[in-house]
Design a protein around this ligand. Structure first.
Ligand code: ADP
Ligand code: MG
Length: 694
């Protein structure tokens, strides 16, 4: 249970004054749904009202604070849509304050004629006269404290104004309880770091540009808190897992040999090494938790399948969980020939299986008549009974959270666990994201792959690209055409995909297919099958095809609005082609003009196909302030720490976490109790649950 001292922070943002459901939705998008999310969202810039120029020295277009005398009110003429004006002056010149839809009595109260006022806002030139439209602040010079000199500016989203967000953040800060210190006092002193509360106030109350930096004592302290919470959580998970006994699953190699004999290719060295590591883990009495990381197209599926055959050789069953139904079915179908050769029985279970059909499948599974089951994540969350599940495989694990991974590992008798991901792990992040697993890497791709020729083109070239695709289709080539999701929304931009579908159909007739997330499973299958069989030449798709789909004959991929995708996602999408031995190409259609970061992203893709390089670049570009990539890349998201800047802190946090757990394995002593609060603060609840009640 979360300590009650944190309750005010884990309330919904609607608990803050002036925040209703509508605003809450916007704040949730910009920062998060709970009060604590506001605290953990640092300002990205600040407004400085400390400049006090004379009117004559004020620079056009800049935010200034003027010390002026109010000369005269010019109320808006009745019945005409003109603004209310107030003329002010100092010894050096005049400035007009402009108000639309203003209430005269209010303006006369805050701006009495003949008196001095501080007025802050953006100064502009209007027909040769200086003016400020709707000043941000008006204050009495005798009470300058009424006007904040410095204001933080937070990340915003459409519809959310800076002022509203600032107020919400300030109110969140006011609710921050004073928490017990979880950091070592000597360490804080040596670093000259403030307490948690003081650090929050400092980070949220910048008074100079420097205060926004990532290396201020306050920011470092908060970053370290976040990193320590992460490292502690991983260490706890690691420890809990080390304790879990498993069983020795030892195959005799007979099924694997039959499948290998039927394979149309030889395993690469990387695949063989990964298999060796997996077999060693499985045959050991401890439970295996291993991650296989291999770039898109490196051939992880066959590695998983051979490991599953080993489990079957040992008399057990195996299951593979895929993130999408398309992928679950694709795995089932593509591995069927090898399964036939080996003489093992496969089945596939997804949300679509209902009624008697589903009951039959479950019965066969329970009776041990199915050896290997493929399914979607939704299916595995329900209670499926195996006769004897010896190995569970999670494909494309970056699609699932640590939480889901844990839920699987904590259920029932514990099978060996193999997770597969294409998300390359930059060295700086490997520890933070996968510290709880052993890792095998497949660094080479099967021989004979040709590089994917990657080009970027503005959307204006659309019709030329359509013509090119139509010509390629006429030559018998196959293409994917990817339409993006609407920004900031999970809703699929069906119109875009359907429009493109209609457009291409007009050119190419029924050689065009459409697949998207709103279609029923059966509909999706039918389309994918026609694509696999070559009846469809161009497959218009939303990002449902991003993950894992394998159609080696497809050689072209067009990605529309490529600027809306993160680097890692573009790399995944491009990985759908270049899977066979034919040369492939990728066209990144973008909407001009491109921002700097978007331009850099597309350039990285044109330069390289190396997933590791792309991941490092992704990290670097996101460090430069791009938020889009992080949400989509599958990397763990830090809110206060920055893997690029705080690397040294990360190493320290790792050592710290180890020491802490050596001294107080159950986090029971006073510092341990405070550290539990820290874990909850950063939503590492799953790790606290592994501790005995304290
Ligand atoms: P990913 O690692 O992205 O999941 P897949 O497992 O889907 O990649 O494999 C991509 C393609 O490469 C498939 O068509 C697969 O049959 C093929 N493949 C896998 N291993 C080899 C190999 N050793 N030699 C040649 N082709 C291979
Ligand atoms: Mg795959």
């Amino acid at each position: 249970m979360r300590p009650s001292i944190l309750n005010p922070l884990f309330a919904d943002v609607t608990a803050l004054p002036g925040v209703g459901p509508k605003l809450a939705a916007l704040i949730a998008r910009a920062a998060g749904p709970r009060v604590v999310d506001l605290l953990l969202t640092p300002p990205i810039s600040m407004i400085d009202r400390s400049a006090r120029p004379d009117i004559a020295d004020a620079r056009l277009g800049e935010l200034v604070t003027l010390d002026v005398t109010v000369d005269r009110h010019h109320p808006a003429p009745k019945g005409r849509r003109l603004p209310y004006k107030v003329v002010c002056s100092d010894a050096t010149g005049f400035v007009t304050l402009v108000f639309f839809h203003a209430r005269e009595d209010y303006l006369r109260k805050v701006l009495p004629e003949g008196e001095r006022r501080l007025v802050s806002g953006r100064i502009e030139d209007f027909n040769g006269a200086l003016q400020i439209t709707h000043p941000d602040h008006i204050a009495d010079p005798d009470r300058p404290e009424d006007m904040p000199l410095h204001e933080p500016v937070y990340p915003l989203t459409a519809g959310l104004t800076a002022n509203v967000m600032r107020k919400a953040a300030a109110n969140a800060l006011a609710r921050a309880p004073s928490l017990p210190e979880w950091q070592e006092p000597n360490w804080l002193k040596a670093r000259d770091w403030p307490s948690w509360n003081a650090a929050l106030l400092a980070v949220h109350g910048p008074t100079a540009r420097e205060d926004l930096g990532l290396l201020t004592p306050a920011r470092q302290r908060l970053a370290y808190d976040e990193l320590l919470a992460g490292q502690l959580a991983l260490s706890l998970i690691r420890k809990a897992r080390a304790k879990t006994a498993g069983r020795a699953v030892r195959g005799d190699g007979r099924l694997v040999a039959r499948a290998m004999a039927a394979m149309p290719f030889r395993l690469t060295g990387g695949q063989r090494d990964a298999l060796k590591e997996i077999a060693a883990d499985m045959s050991a009495p401890e439970r295996m938790v291993r991650l296989v990381q291999g770039d898109v197209g490196s051939g992880k599926t066959i590695v998983a399948f051979l490991a599953m055959l080993t489990a079957v050789e040992a008399g057990g069953q195996a299951a593979l969980m895929a993130p999408t139904e398309i992928l679950a079915r694709q795995h089932h179908e593509s591995l069927q020939p090898l399964a036939d050769a080996a003489g093992v029985r496969l089945d596939v279970l997804t949300g679509r299986d209902k009624g008697a059909g589903r009951r039959d499948k479950l019965a066969r599974l329970k009776a041990g008549e199915t050896d290997i089951l493929f399914g979607t994540h939704a299916v595995f969350q329900e209670d499926i009974a195996f006769r004897d599940l010896a190995l569970a495989v999670i494909d494309e694990q970056h699609r699932f959270g640590v939480r889901q991974r844990l839920s699987l590992t904590q259920k029932g008798p514990r099978p060996d666990l193999l997770v597969m991901t294409a998300t390359p792990i930059p060295r700086t992040l490997a520890l933070t994201s996968y510290g709880d697993m052993d890792v095998s890497q497949i660094t080479e791709k099967p021989a004979g792959r040709k590089p994917v020729e990657t080009r970027a083109a503005p959307l204006e070239r659309l019709s030329a690209v359509v013509d090119g695709v139509a010509r390629a289709a006429a030559r018998g080539e196959q293409a994917y055409w990817v339409c993006p999701l609407v920004e900031e929304s999970d809703v699929i931009d069906l119109t875009a995909a359907e429009d493109r579908f209609d457009g291409l159909k007009a050119v190419m007739g029924d050689k065009v297919g459409l697949v998207h997330g709103r279609m029923s499973g059966a509909e999706k299958d039918a389309v994918m099958e026609r694509f696999h069989r070559g009846e469809i030449a161009v497959l218009i798709a939303t990002t449902v095809i991003e993950v894992g789909v394998n159609a080696p004959n497809a050689t072209i991929i067009i990605i529309e609005h490529a600027e809306r995708f993160g680097l890692a996602q573009l790399h995944q999408l491009r990985g759908r082609v270049g899977r066979g031995d034919k040369p492939s190409s990728c066209v990144l259609l973008y909407k001009a003009p491109l921002g700097e970061t978007a331009k850099a992203r597309l350039n990285v893709l044109r330069r390289t196909e190396d997933g590791f390089l792309i991941a490092e670049e992704d990290l670097r570009l996101r460090g430069a302030g791009d938020a889009l990539g992080s949400a989509q890349s599958g990397f763990p998201q830090f809110r206060l720490a920055d893997a690029g800047v705080h690397g040294e802190l990360l190493a320290a946090a790792r050592d710290d976490a180890r020491l802490i757990l050596e001294r107080d394995p159950d986090l029971k002593d006073p510092r341990g109790q405070a550290l539990r609060v820290l874990l909850y603060l950063f939503s590492r609840d799953e790790a606290v649950r592994l501790l005995s009640a304290g």
